[in-house]
Design a protein around this ligand. Structure first.
Ligand code: NAD
Length: 432
């Protein structure tokens, strides 16, 4: 099938590479010329495990190409995926101007049937508005369909998630569109749930909001565990063994971040508000998340007594492991709060340093964990990269000023840290 992708970011690029791998012809479009020229020379603009190999292979086999010419790509394709950003506006609502822009371009140039697939995360009723816009600007008066096909991939395992999804959701209101979507996704052999367009749109916001709430819930429990002297890891295990609850996303830590949970939860609160519902539960989820980031800052302050002029080594900057994405990463709020108090920050992340430099200033960026720990008054874990799980603790002890580790992701066993001779502070567990 001939497919154009509008927006070659985390979602668009992974979608394109995976659909090309399934044998389709893909044209990837972006307005960012630098991104497209990088991709044309096989340089990935993002870090995502397995992506480069997939992109290069499909590009070499001529199933995948990159361009800034959206109009040309639309004319050559039957299916157009909208994968542009929907960033938050100041009031938390999603900015749909990029989606609107693509919709009007499609309407302007299409001269044969097009299936327009809304893959970006958008407020409910956006599909309706995209269809109305295309109809209003439909220069050649040709037939088209709009479907909602929200994306559930997780950064860090995006290729795997796209290829083996738990489910594919398609909101669709025409037989022709349904057949095309069935044909497109048939090779994945995953369950496809067909719904109306509005329900599909809500499934995405509801899913992300539910997961965010699960994280805030366990973080709230972690606070209670700390006060009571219980162990949140054990509590999560005990809760998670109940099939109705499940262990996934019951990981206490320093709060969620990334381009999805914070902005989608905020957008969903605004969507509900516009529809006349006060989504108090989700507001509390967001508030708990913000408090959790500052909870770690308070723990650091308490452990160091005076933060001013102390050196803090930070391990992990990306919002989660296996990605270089810094958007809404908890590390930003936490580091900025510590800097405000006069802390000197040294930081290491296996992939995100380049992107971190653009948002976090006055940091000594290091090329390995030990450089970040050298002469530090404490080492703070902010992202649970696997390489931090197996550090040489003897070496750390010999280079740090003070043997103190503050673990915002609970990656170490407190007993083990005691044996290694560290003071160890984590989330929802007793201090060592
Ligand atoms: P991104 O910022 O990485 O990519 C968006 C791209 O769209 C950018 O490269 C931008 O230059 C491009 N763009 C903007 N206007 C354009 C236009 N008119 N024509 C062509 N390209 C244009 O964003 P992302 O992380 O890929 O997210 C895209 C959407 O998918 C968002 O709605 C997001 O909420 C949703 N989503 C993201 C994830 C994720 O993990 N990142 C997961 C599921 C859903």
């Amino acid at each position: 099938m001939k497919i154009a992708i509008a927006g070659t970011g985390y979602v668009g690029l992974v979608t394109a590479a995976c659909l090309a791998e399934l044998g389709n012809d893909l044209i990837c479009v972006d307005i960012d010329e630098e991104k497209i020229s990088k991709l044309n020379t096989d340089i990935m603009p993002i870090y995502e495990p397995g992506l480069q190999e997939l992109v290069v292979r499909n590009k070499n086999e001529k199933r995948l190409s990159f361009t800034t010419d959206l109009k040309g790509a639309i004319i050559k394709s039957e299916i157009i995926f909208i994968c542009v950003g929907t960033p938050p506006k100041e009031n938390g609502e999603a900015d749909l101007s990029y989606v609107d822009n693509v919709a009007r371009t499609i309407a302007d140039v299409m001269d044969s049937y097009k299936l327009v697939v809304e893959k970006s995360t958008v407020p409910v009723q956006t599909g309706e508005k995209v269809a109305k816009t295309i109809k209003a600007y439909n220069k050649h008066n040709v037939d088209f369909d709009v479907v909602s096909n929200p994306e559930f991939l997780r950064e860090g395992s995006a290729v795997e998630d796209f290829m083996k999804p738990d489910r594919i959701v398609v909101g669709c209101e025409s037989e022709n569109a349904k057949k095309l979507m069935e044909k497109l996704y048939a090779p994945l052999k995953s369950p496809i749930l067909f719904t109306d367009i509005k329900s599909a749109e809500i499934i995405k916001h509801a899913s992300n909001s539910f997961l965010a709430t699960k994280i805030s819930f366990i973080n709230a429990i972690a606070n209670i565990c700390e006060a009571a002297g219980a162990d949140v890891e054990k509590v999560a295990e005990g809760m998670g063994l109940d099939k109705r609850i499940g262990r996934f996303f019951l990981n206490a830590g320093t709060g969620y971040g990334g381009f999805c949970f914070p902005k989608d939860a905020e957008a969903f609160i605004r969507i509900a508000e516009k529809l006349g519902y006060d989504f108090k539960l989700l507001k509390a989820t967001q508030e708990t998340n913000q408090q959790q980031k500052m909870h770690l800052v308070k723990k650091i302050e308490k452990a160091l007594w005076v933060v001013k002029n102390k050196t803090i080594g930070v391990l992990g900057l990306a919002f989660k492991p296996n990605t270089d994405d810094m958007r809404f990463a908890p590390s930003i709020d936490i580091i900025e709060a510590l800097q405000k108090e006069g802390a000197k920050i040294k930081a290491y992340d296996p992939q995100a340093v380049e992107k971190a430099r653009q948002v976090l200033k006055n940091i000594e960026y290091c090329s390995n964990p030990y450089d970040a720990a050298k002469d530090a008054d404490t080492l703070v874990i902010l992202t649970e990269w696997n390489e931090f799980r197996h550090l040489d603790f003897k070496k750390l002890k010999s280079i740090m000023k003070h043997n103190l580790i503050i673990d915002g992701r609970n990656i170490y066993n407190p007993d083990e840290m005691r044996k290694q001779g560290f003071s160890y502070i984590s989330i929802g567990r007793s201090d060592v």
